[in-house]
Design a protein around this ligand. Structure first.
Ligand SMILES: N[C@@H](CCC[C@H](N)C(=O)O)C(=O)O
Length: 282
């Protein structure tokens, strides 16, 4: 079977997009196909797959939990590169919105609602930059993570998907991150995305991330949001802050801006580009 794909990225967190508007191309989207597509040597390469499907047409895992199609015509069916599902992807949803507008499937001059496994997110495009309203963060408490025999205290922040945010002295402290950092399985029964963070200045941090289901990636949008929230709280801001507050979050693949609003919304702003398209039979 031959089918259409596109390739895109947001701050070098890269994705294979699979247009499947009525669900007739990929059915349940076999995890083995996701792994084959994301393979960087034998496939197209990617940190994940974004299936572009109408909310009303999705019949796969979690279909019963999806928002109503009247709230969001399109559903971002996100898969990690190992084939697993995740609730949300902050870089992916910006690329998803860019694709909808490029293809005339959504009007880029107005906010675009997109359904995810974490509810409806609203995207706004301004030139090359896309902002995703990621909703409210949930700061659950303290945990810890480890690489080898080194442990760090970490903030447990839920952005729809799970995060552990560890402040470190140096981003190199975590080593090459060839394996998932150790974490508390009782706190994170479904695994966790782990961010290592350093301060760069007032309202400015830099991070690395090991993503659940994808390994170390060049960026993670939900991770950047979790990092901003953890940093803002460590800086003494309220939950939510008294006034809208923006932090610059540097990632290996670029720079994101995260704004935590006084009405407790986290806004993720950054680039989103589609770089290629074609057909494959992977
Ligand atoms: N890269 C994404 C997050 C993708 C999902 C994550 N690996 C998980 O399993 O929760 C982002 O930009 O947020």
């Amino acid at each position: 079977m031959s089918y259409e794909f596109l390739k895109g990225h947001g701050t070098e967190n890269d994705f294979v997009l699979l247009p499947d508007h009525d669900g007739s191309v990929h059915g349940d989207l076999d995890p083995a196909r996701v792994r084959a597509l994301c393979d960087r040597r034998a496939g197209l390469g990617g940190d994940g797959v974004l299936r572009v499907i109408r909310t009303a047409s999705y019949a796969g895992p979690d279909a019963h939990d999806l928002p109503d199609a009247a709230e969001a015509e399109w559903f971002m069916d996100y898969r990690n590169s190992d084939g697993s599902l995740s609730e949300m992807c902050g870089n992916g949803i910006r690329v998803f919105a860019r694709h909808l507008v490029d293809e005339g499937l959504a009007d880029g001059s107005a906010p675009i609602p997109v359904a995810t496994r974490d509810g409806v997110k609203v995207l706004t495009l301004e030139g090359d930059v896309v902002t995703a309203d990621m909703g409210s963060p949930f700061v659950i408490g303290e945990t810890k993570v480890a690489v080898g025999d080194r442990w760090w205290a970490a903030a447990n922040v839920d952005m729809g998907n799970p995060h552990a945010v560890a402040f470190v002295d140096d981003l190199a402290d975590a080593g090459p991150l060839l394996e998932a950092p150790a974490h508390d399985d009782a706190t994170y029964p479904h695994g966790v995305n782990v961010e290592f963070v350093v301060r760069r200045g007032a309202g400015h941090v830099a991070m690395r991330v090991h993503e659940r289901g994808s390994g170390e990636t060049r960026s993670c949008g939900t991770g950047a949001c979790a990092v901003m929230v953890a940093a803002a709280l460590a800086d003494g801001l309220g939950d939510p802050p008294a006034e809208d507050t923006a932090y610059r979050v540097d990632v290996p693949g670029g720079t994101l801006t995260v704004t935590w609003t006084a009405d407790d919304r986290v806004l993720l702003t950054g680039p989103a580009v589609v770089v290629a398209r074609g057909t494959t039979s992977l």
